[in-house]
Ligand binder design. Structure first.
Ligand code: NDP
Length: 294
């Protein structure tokens, strides 16, 4: 039997449609639209691509975007001044500082300077702190972890009471997704590079979230029959048959896992499209909150 595919591309498209409708509705009632500010430091090609994709996604749903491009050698104070200006700008409801920042910038200080109400990436220490505490609500949840939960929810996969295993404990994916699963009453195991007998841990998982960045590390016979598999990993592997010379694979051996799992996300087309959809959703939420506060 083959697992049901969790089609992140289609689910993200549905969510973008919902956001577009909501933005139109709010504009009709309030004469204003949500605004997302992006701050890009330097000229990293991957960061430029991500920022461009985010701006394009905003345009598609009617969210205004404000791009700030700063030189690689911008000082910490200059960058903090840009963030302060955006914090004060009433047209801006979300601020996204594209990571990674150059080495001479203290990224923790920059993330902490973003207004809590505009922290659409969810990386402000207070939002992360609230996420890590029982019965505390962060204003925003980081986008990729939030996208993982949304995929489970929209696929009708029960979380409460199930064994969830998260592979990876990064600040960006592993830890926040683990916290979200715990908040939703999963019984949680977090694995990392020092975990003994990873296959045995993974075999306990009714829900597996893989976020390690190791191509096809999780084998088919590690998967519990019927499990839901959310593969966050994006890894380029050499492939002479592909015109680009490489192809993208996840952290899970997709074909082998698909034969055992109940549900599985593909790579690409699983978690990836959800990240930007969640950023748009967070920006919309920030806008709605600002209307309530006005
Ligand atoms: P990091 O490198 O920051 O973290 C990797 C984690 O995996 C660490 O906790 C590490 O353990 C653990 N790990 C590494 N090797 C092993 C191993 N052999 N066995 C068990 N655990 C291991 O990565 P990120 O969290 O930033 O990203 C993970 C993957 O997700 C990457 O492929 C990345 O490209 C992808 N990604 C995808 C996104 C999307 O939108 N689809 C967004 C963000 C990331 P330890 O802590 O012990 O070092």
């Amino acid at each position: 039997m083959s697992a049901a595919l969790i089609d992140g591309k289609a689910i993200a498209a549905t969510i973008r449609g919902e956001i577009r409708d909501s933005v139109q509705d709010l504009e009709a009632h309030h004469g204003r639209v949500p605004g997302l500010a992006t701050v890009l430091v330097g000229q990293r090609k991957d960061s430029e691509t991500y920022v461009r994709m985010k701006k394009r996604a905003c345009a598609e749903v009617g969210i205004a975007s404000f791009g700030h491009e700063l030189p690689e050698d911008v000082s910490q104070d200059e960058l903090l001044a840009v963030v302060a200006g955006l914090n004060a700008d009433p047209e801006v409801h979300g601020i996204l500082v594209q990571l990674p920042l150059p080495d001479h910038i203290d990224d923790e200080a920059v993330l902490a300077a973003i207004s809590l109400e505009k922290d659409v990436d969810g990386f402000h220490p207070l939002n992360i702190g609230r996420l890590s505490m029982k019965r505390r609500e962060p204003l925003f949840v980081p986008c990729t972890p939030k996208g993982c939960i949304e995929l489970l929810d929209r696929s009708g996969i029960e979380i409460a009471g199930r064994n969830a295993v998260v592979l990876g404990r990064s600040n960006i994916v592993g830890l926040p997704v683990a916290m979200l699963l715990l908040h939703r009453n999963a019984t949680l195991t977090v694995c990392h590079s020092r975990t003994a007998d990873l296959p045995a841990m993974v075999r306990q998982a009714d829900i597996l979230v893989a976020a390690v960045g190791r191509p096809e590390m999780v084998k088919g016979d590690w998967i519990k029959p019927g499990a839901a598999v959310i593969d966050v990993g994006v890894n380029a592997v050499d492939d002479a048959s592909d015109p680009r010379g490489y192809r993208l694979v996840g952290d899970v051996d997709f074909e082998a896992a698909r034969a055992v799992a109940g549900h599985i996300t593909p790579v690409p087309g699983g978690v990836g499209p959800m990240t930007i959809a969640m950023l748009l959703q967070n920006t919309l939420a920030g806008f709605k909150r600002s209307l309530g506060a006005a």
